[in-house]
Design a protein around this ligand. Sequence first.
Ligand SMILES: C[S@@+](CC[C@H](N)C(=O)[O-])C[C@H]1O[C@@H](n2cnc3c(N)ncnc32)[C@H](O)[C@@H]1O
Length: 351
Amino acid sequence: AKYCDEECQSTRKYEQGALGPLCDLCPHTEELKDSIELKVQLQKLASYVNEDILPDRAQLESLYGKATCNCFAIHDLDLKEIGVGVYPQAAMTNHSCKTNCVATFRGPRLQIRALVDIQPGEEICHSYTEKGNVTLERRADLKKYFFECQCPHCLDTDRDALMKSVKCPSCQAQVKPNSNERYEKCSSCGYTDFSTEFYEDLEVYIHVEFDLLFRENCLVELDKILHADNIHVIRILVGAFAAAVKLGEWTKAIEYGKRLERAFELYLPPNEPDTGHLYYKMGKAYYHLDDLDNALISLKKAKKLLVIAYGRDSQLADYAQDWLELCGDYGSSSSEEDESDTKSEADCQSS
Ligand SMILES: C[S@@+](CC[C@H](N)C(=O)[O-])C[C@H]1O[C@@H](n2cnc3c(N)ncnc32)[C@H](O)[C@@H]1O
């Protein structure tokens, strides 16, 4: 709890037992005092509920702050958001864009699970925002929690430059922008003529919202100007991959999935559940294409990651095992199981 102001900061010891339902959560009342959103929500509430039975204004404001700054989005097995919940113990976990743990769900039950080995005394942090966004976007999203993240990813300007990289119009090599978002010179061929037209095209490509159906065409267009590591290309790829899987377009799914493998490796922390889901879907795609060798490789990777993120006895780990068996693999190697065990024991709490 090292970041909060005095009002909400208290060092809690395990021996003190479970936290009370809402009392210990930080409400950020001061920062929310003039919030329009708070006013709108309280007005709405007053129009639905008889004021006589509502807590007083100060209590309502505190409850609002506690709920908005401490809640978790609840996801189903397909990572679809199905609700929100306040989990007091888990809410003690601070944010980092460079996470070492993740919050996953079993129905409405939340677990905070270690993604990597965590040393005694090391702070555990999960991400309150999309990890695959650039720093400015992540910081804007985090404003509602009233802090500015200073994690290694937020201070890594080269990581952001990579996410914004384009193709050199002359030799197609990767060109990263400078700190003023300008593309100066291709280090490969020396090209410097990044014209006004180039920037106008770039604006169009990175700001247009593309409908899912048009993602494939859109990808062809984006590939002409943006580098494959550019975050806009990756966002479109995520949609294109999902659409290909949904439509049973397995060859396309593999094509997009392979590109996403590299992107996830570049921008997501190790052992991310998203990577597990990617391999799981790719494994199924390979199976449908009768490529059992690659199906097995992908499904084994999927199972390992899903066990880390959800637990060995989770439904998703079982599904991955079912698919492995469908591909003819009835047993996991003992070294894999051992590794999974270590991570399962790293569960720190569930609410
Ligand atoms: C869900 S709470 C986390 C637990 C909180 N630190 C406590 O002691 O109750 C979220 C609040 O913690 C603080 N916080 C979380 N991560 C932070 C970070 N990386 N840097 C600064 N403050 C952070 C912010 O005040 C945020 O609104």
